[in-house]
Design a protein around this ligand. Structure first.
Ligand code: UDX
Length: 453
């Protein structure tokens, strides 16, 4: 049900944010700038020490200035104490991570369970706990029961579910001006309390969607599954284009004009990675299996397979460009992050391609504007350089694997003078291929067989 909330009045609250990663750090700072008193909690003392100085352990554009602004209001503090967190908050936002389990495709809920089991016995007055972490449907209901069981005030600790749809790189904008707010509740009073809390955001007129707990949890899984499906759909079309000589970029433009389809998330290339889409897709399938409805999500296996095939295809095209063997070849890899404007290398397609080529005997040099530190730690066998030109110098082939703006600004003529061979694979379909062709490069792209003409 979408409510008209124009009448809601702003109520500044004492808010805690449990878990200060990408999601929680942004949420805590945003809530303080909106006028709430906020206490951010994390078990990681190093992370809290950084946040107290308005610094972040990860790269997120705009977050450090938002933190600076929020800390200056005096309404944002951080702690590593559960007791202080429990005593402070009237509304507790749960923002801890739910990574993929080491043993299976299911989500690892140990951080969620650990936080709730520690917090609940300390909640000695009525309050609202609001889950934001991405969880398998059914988790919220279980948490609600645990809170009632372990808190001294029992069911006076209420639970709501308020999924987050923020994208890395746009986390601040997506939090302050989301395209919708979804809250799953057991009682309308909890939705009204959250409408008053979010009133400065809702004033911009975005949809306010109130559901039951199960629907709210599913909304998040469904949204991510749909986005992943859209990307894999266009990448499946790229395979067809490669087999027929058609051009997937022109195809995406053409079908994207249909407003029912839309052009967004139809960027064919190396596919999706990151800390959310791949693991949420797999967690969703694992949950469907537990629920006995695995057939309903069977198609997501293909979505995952199509996505992983793109990485192998990039290796294949690189091998062709090199005349059939990568052994001993100097390969410049532009990009290590899973997407531009992020230093996140979790499930990064770019790093996977670089690693496969390295394992096949190539000499791979990787550049990334922000993710080099993380990439070095995770793949110490690869070599890394701080300048894209150094990565490309004397290379036999250049691979454009993450579409940072800085790579689009490289001049194909100048770049052509420092490489050993003018060969490039644009695995993100984001470069001006015509300019590279004019500068004498042998250009390949994924899903665009005719790019050299
Ligand atoms: C995603 C969802 O967008 C967000 O709503 C959710 O809360 C978390 O997961 P994020 O992981 O930050 O956000 O990245 P997103 O911008 O969605 O991109 C995901 C991946 O898909 C990236 O690797 C990107 O390169 C790739 N992608 C995206 C494509 O390959 N093609 C596209 O058209 C769009």
């Amino acid at each position: 049900m979408t409510h008209d909330i124009a009448a809601a009045e702003f109520a500044p609250r004492r808010i805690t944010v449990i878990g200060c990663g990408y999601l929680g750090a942004v949420h805590a700072a945003a809530m303080a700038t909106l006028g709430h008193d906020v206490l951010g909690f994390d078990i990681d003392t190093d992370k809290i020490a950084l946040l107290e100085k308005a610094e972040t352990p990860f790269y997120e554009p705009g977050l450090e200035s938002l933190l600076t602004e929020a800390l200056a209001t005096g309404r944002l503090r951080f702690t590593t104490s559960y007791a202080e967190t429990a005593a402070f908050g009237d509304v507790h936002f749960l923002c801890v991570g739910t990574p993929q389990s080491a043993e299976s495709n299911a989500a690892d809920l140990s951080y969620v369970d650990g936080a709730i089991e520690t917090l609940a016995p300390l909640l000695t007055r009525p309050c609202l706990v609001v889950g934001k972490s991405t969880v398998p449907v059914g988790t919220a209901e279980r948490i609600r029961d645990t809170l009632a069981e372990l808190s001294p005030v029992g069911a006076a600790v209420r639970l709501a579910w308020n999924p987050e749809f923020l994208r890395e790189g746009f986390a601040v904008t997506d939090t302050l001006t989301p395209d919708r707010l979804v809250v799953g509740v057991d009682a309308q009073g909890d939705a009204d309390e959250l409408a008053a809390l979010y009133q400065p955001v809702l004033i911009h007129g975005m949809p306010w969607v109130v559901t039951d707990l199960a629907t709210a949890q599913l909304v998040k899984s469904a949204a991510n599954a749909f986005l992943a499906t859209k990307i894999s759909f266009i990448n499946a079309m790229a395979e067809l284009c490669e087999a027929t000589g058609a051009d997937v970029v022109a195809l995406a433009d053409a079908i994207g004009h249909d407003v029912r389809i839309g052009r967004k998330f139809l960027q064919a290339g190396l596919g999706f990675g990151g800390g959310c889409l791949p693991k949420d897709l797999r967690g969703f399938m694992a949950r469907a299996e537990e629920l006995g409805v695995d057939q309903a999500l069977h198609f997501l296996r293909d979505v995952d397979d199509i996505n992983m095939r793109r990485r192998r295809r990039a290796v294949e095209v690189t091998t062709q460009l090199l005349g059939g063997s990568v052994t001993g070849a100097h390969i410049a890899v532009l990009g290590a992050a899973f997407k531009p404007d992020s230093d996140d290398i979790r499930d990064s397609p770019a790093l996977d391609v670089a690693t496969i080529l390295h394992e096949r005997g190539a000499k791979v040099r990787v550049h990334d504007p922000k993710a080099l530190g993380n990439a070095r730690r995770s793949r110490p066998a690869l070599s890394f350089v701080d300048d894209p030109i150094d990565a490309c110098r004397d290379s036999d082939v250049v691979l454009h694997l993450t579409e940072w703006k800085v790579y689009r600004e490289l001049d194909p003529v100048d770049l052509g003078k420092i490489v050993a061979h003018k060969r490039i694979l644009d695995a993100r379909n984001a470069l001006d291929s015509a300019a590279y062709v004019r500068a004498g490069w042998d250009v390949r792209a994924l899903g665009r067989p005719n790019v050299n003409r």
